[in-house]
Design a binder for this molecule. Structure first.
Ligand SMILES: Nc1ncnc2c1ncn2[C@@H]1O[C@H](COP(=O)(O)OP(=O)(O)OP(=O)(O)O)[C@@H](O)[C@H]1O
Ligand SMILES: [Mg+2]
Length: 257
């Protein structure tokens, strides 16, 4: 099948009227998302902010094509999901790290390249560079059980970046990190995003993180998740969370959730 060409003047990702119902454990229908609509311009960063259980992971699963919406539509560069052929240009960092316990850190990162064309030595080289990026080169040969929770999150981040995806979906990527590592990785992700012109959608509970990283923050209501407000954060980067303009956004977001 010929690749369907996406339009760079269209939003990289657009959701319209997305609804999702699940069947609950008792068999009752459970409304999880209601009429969710937003657009992610190419090369921009969008944060999804909302209470636990409001459907944020479900939304990323819908965008990545893992879960079908019950209604509404998703499109990429103007191309409806049903016709979109660029799924391999989307990277997804899941909420749990999903590392393979029998593989070392570097072999976990290499895993993301194994379906591609690269020779083994090149895969190894790319994986090592990605681990260096997240500050874990010296733990390349450690198994997941030999790493801390935060280190495992960083391996998962390296794995999601190693293919240099055009679009990156990240589900609470920094929540298990200490403040210092988190700030470091915020800087790295911004640097890579800027260099590779990535479009990023990420989930966070952290209002400050949303205000420091995102161009747009989509604030969701408790379940069923609906868009309560979309806040544009036009501050220049790098953003200092103690700058009055950034503080004003942090306070505004805090008032919304
Ligand atoms: N496959 C599924 N089958 C049934 N219910 C599901 C399924 N996946 C998610 N849910 C339900 O949908 C709701 C939203 O779940 P989701 O994981 O999207 O929330 P979330 O906003 O990511 O929460 P958290 O911040 O805790 O990660 C929850 O009530 C959950 O129980
Ligand atoms: Mg979640």
């Amino acid at each position: 099948m010929d690749a369907v060409v996406t339009d760079a003047t269209q939003p990289a990702i657009a959701l319209r009227g997305v609804n999702k119902w699940f069947k609950s454990a008792t068999g009752e229908p459970l409304e999880v998302l209601k009429d969710v609509a937003f657009e992610v311009p190419p090369r921009s960063i969008l944060a999804l902010l909302g209470a636990s259980g409001c459907g944020k992971s479900t939304l990323l699963n819908i965008i990545s094509g893992i879960v079908e919406p019950s209604g509404g539509s998703v499109s990429f560069g103007g191309v409806p999901a049903a016709e979109f052929t660029g799924w391999d240009t989307i990277g997804y960092l899941f909420q749990d790290d999903r590392l393979l316990p029998w593989r070392t850190a570097i072999r976990n990162v290499e895993f993301a390249l194994e379906a591609g064309e690269l020779a083994r030595a090149q895969r190894r080289q790319r994986a090592r560079a990605a681990l260096r990026l997240v500050g874990l080169e010296e733990f390349a040969d450690a198994f997941p059980y030999q790493l801390s929770g935060g280190m495992r999150s960083r391996v998962a981040l390296a794995r999601s970046l190693v293919r240099e995806p055009r679009m990156l979906l990240m589900d609470e990527p920094f929540s298990r990190l200490d403040a210092q590592t988190r700030a470091l990785l915020h800087g790295e992700v911004l640097r890579i995003q800027n260099m590779k012109h990535m479009t990023i959608v990420f989930v966070t509970h952290d209002v400050e993180e949303a205000a420091v990283l995102a161009d747009q923050v989509v604030v969701l209501s408790p379940r069923p998740g609906r868009v309560r407000e979309i806040v544009d954060v036009p501050c220049a980067r790098p953003r200092d969370p103690t700058h009055p303009a950034v503080i004003a956004y942090i306070q505004r977001l805090r008032a919304l959730i």
